[in-house]
Design a protein around this ligand. Structure first.
Ligand SMILES: Cc1cc2nc3c(=O)[nH]c(=O)nc-3n(C[C@H](O)[C@H](O)[C@H](O)COP(=O)(O)OP(=O)(O)OC[C@H]3O[C@@H](n4cnc5c(N)ncnc54)[C@H](O)[C@@H]3O)c2cc1C
Length: 547
């Protein structure tokens, strides 16, 4: 059982907020000097001080919903509704810090089984109520914004109570899991049976299996275990026109793979209630190591060599010089200084960090795989930092969101965006996005820090993941980021994907057709019409309203 997440505390990643990963005095000084950050504290606003309009849920609908799923599973009090108002992007968090009004759902529904989800949709169709499927609420693209889309009211359909392991077939290596189960919970249940899913996004502690499927998520070990869509054997979906079950065999030639319509459907085509997952034996051994390469292009060449030589480690992550620098400076002045001196001594001018992590069934397999990776890197000059740095990366790999809380409290504009493109265009696209971000995030003539890493690599190309740290524009914090995001998205459109793994949501919708074409947009709209004729499901996300 998940135990419900305390959504009422969603101004920060954990209830302890900024104190979960406080910034050291050195890190703060360094940030001020680099970005022009002012010496202000901007702590989170208690939810009790945020304004919430009365619920518009019609009483007749509320009574029917309560009769179906239980009085306790229909929540209309402001704290619960606020807790499901939006996701976890910088914009969402700033709104929760009083930056502007939040779109708050009129009620939160917590059905406890898939048939009840189907029943909820029926009632919502009848009363013309918009339904926003809500998993862990970690969307960073406006995927769970409570948009009403012209309907009478809008409810957050929180899947937290669909949290069971339905079945496990060790012979076929398939686990059927209810959609609301959180990743960490799924991993520990699977581990008890000797299996792993191998899906470790940075949002691992909060995000859910249904959310991963709905967004085509990619975890940090995607090079070894694949993206989430590779892990989906089947899905069970509640739609306004009836239940839809997909995936009866490992592969099929029965027309297009309709499972892939459910995967990535972002709550706009149905509510995923169960996912049949392809699981793997839990690794008996694993090893993480770090290397330094000199300069971004050299790092790109290294990762490409690994991808094209089929020698990728399960975790393969290249940080550019800015990201490597920030990681060092935030971890302490002494460490930063001595490592930089050491690397200079080894002739490294532009240190970029390459973290490699392998999982294996035995010591022998681990040795073999590591040797294959290192062989493929032979033509590239690397300096080995060894296991302590690699293992330190692994042990802090979920701490980014905690650090973000501390940065937000100190007045930093901190946000991420991502894309992917082919190897030949990768460095040019990185420069274009960097330029757009730097230009649009300057405050008082001081440039932001724009960092980039590759964490998902393929034979034909790789992802680019940007993180920015800028002094917050106190007069227009939301506008500051929105302008930068728009400029970066314009730079990406037509040259790479608008999103490699964060999904489309509301935020990327204006750029979707540049990627999938008008015909693609029309196909999505037609599928929506077929499964959701009155358009109650997650309005304003993924699919444009009919024009
Ligand atoms: C700090 C941080 C780090 C992140 N790191 C990563 C990362 O490494 N990799 C990555 O891929 N993403 C990452 N994300 C983005 C986010 O975690 C993913 O998109 C994740 O898949 C969302 O899961 P969730 O359960 O929180 O879904 P939610 O945020 O609740 O929902 C996301 C979308 O899916 C829909 N949805 C949710 N559940 C269902 C369901 N059962 N049926 C139908 N639709 C549903 C929602 O309506 C919404 O459109 C990160 C986000 C944050 C805040």
């Amino acid at each position: 059982m998940n135990g419900l997440i305390e959504h009422t505390l969603r101004g920060s990643w954990t209830p302890s907020g900024a104190s979960a990963a406080p910034l050291s005095p050195h890190a703060l000084r360094w940030l001020r000097q680099r970005t022009g950050l002012a010496e202000t504290a901007t702590p989170a606003v208690p939810v009790s001080l945020l304004e919430v309009a009365e619920s518009d849920l019609p009483e007749a609908a509320r009574a029917e919903l309560a009769a179906l799923i239980g009085e306790q599973q229909v929540l209309t009090d402001p704290a619960e509704r606020l807790g499901r108002a939006g996701g976890m992007s910088y914009t969402d968090l700033m709104r929760r810090r009083g930056g502007s009004r939040l779109a708050v759902p009129d009620a939160v529904l917590l059905p406890t089984d898939p048939d009840l989800v189907q029943g909820v949709l029926k009632i919502c169709v009848r009363h013309d109520i918009a339904v926003v499927p809500f998993g862990g609420g970690t969307s960073v693209v406006g995927g769970v914004d409570a948009l009403r889309g012209g309907k009478t009211a809008v409810v957050a359909l929180d899947l937290a109570r669909l949290d069971r392991l339905v079945s496990l077939d060790p012979g076929s290596r398939i686990a059927v899991v209810q959609a609301g189960m959180r990743a960490a919970e799924a991993e520990s249940l699977l581990a008890a049976h000797g299996f792993t899913l191998g899906h470790f996004p940075q949002s691992y502690e909060r995000a859910t299996i249904g959310g991963f499927a709905a967004t085509r998520s990619a975890g940090q070990a995607s090079a070894g275990y694949g993206r989430f869509e590779d892990m989906v054997e089947g899905v069970r979906l509640a739609t306004p026109v009836g239940e839809w079950r997909l995936g009866v065999s490992p592969a099929s030639a029965a027309g297009p793979d309709l499972r892939q319509l459910a995967v990535g459907s972002e709550g706009a085509l149905g509510v995923i209630t169960e996912v049949a997952l392809r699981v793997r034996p839990a690794p008996a051994r694993s090893r993480y190591e770090a290397f330094v390469v000199d300069g971004w292009q050299s790092g790109v060449d290294a990762v490409r060599a690994l991808a094209q030589g089929r020698a990728l480690a399960d975790v393969t992550r290249l940080s550019d010089v800015d990201e490597a620098d920030v990681q060092l400076e935030l971890s302490g002045a002494l460490k930063a200084r001595s490592l930089k001196t050491y690397l200079r001594g080894r002739g490294i001018r532009q240190p970029c960090l390459l973290v490699l992590g392998w999982d294996a069934a035995s010591h022998g397999e681990l040795k073999q795989r590591r040797a294959a990776t290192l062989r493929a890197l032979r033509g590239i000059r690397t300096v080995r930092l060894g296991r302590p740095v690699g293992e330190a990366w692994r042990s802090h790999r979920f701490s980014g969101p905690r650090q973000r809380d501390a940065l937000l409290d100190r007045g930093v504009c901190v946000e991420t965006l991502e894309t992917a493109t082919h190897w030949t265009d990768l460095s040019e696209l990185r420069s274009a996005v960097r330029t757009a971000l730097v230009r649009n995030l300057q405050v008082n003539g001081k440039s932001p820090i724009v960092m980039c890493h590759i964490s998902h690599a393929y034979e034909t190309g790789a992802s680019l993941y940007f993180t920015v740290l800028a002094a917050r524009d106190a007069d227009d914090p939301l506008g500051q980021w929105q302008r930068a995001k728009m400029a970066a998205s314009d730079a990406i459109a037509g040259r790479g994907t608008i999103t490699h793994h964060h999904a489309v949501g509301a935020d990327h919708l204006p750029w979707l057709e540049a990627e999938i074409g008008d015909v693609g947009g029309a196909v999505l709209a037609a599928v929506k019409k077929a499964v959701d004729p009155t358009g109650i499901l997650n309005p304003g996300k993924l699919i444009r309203p009919a024009r």
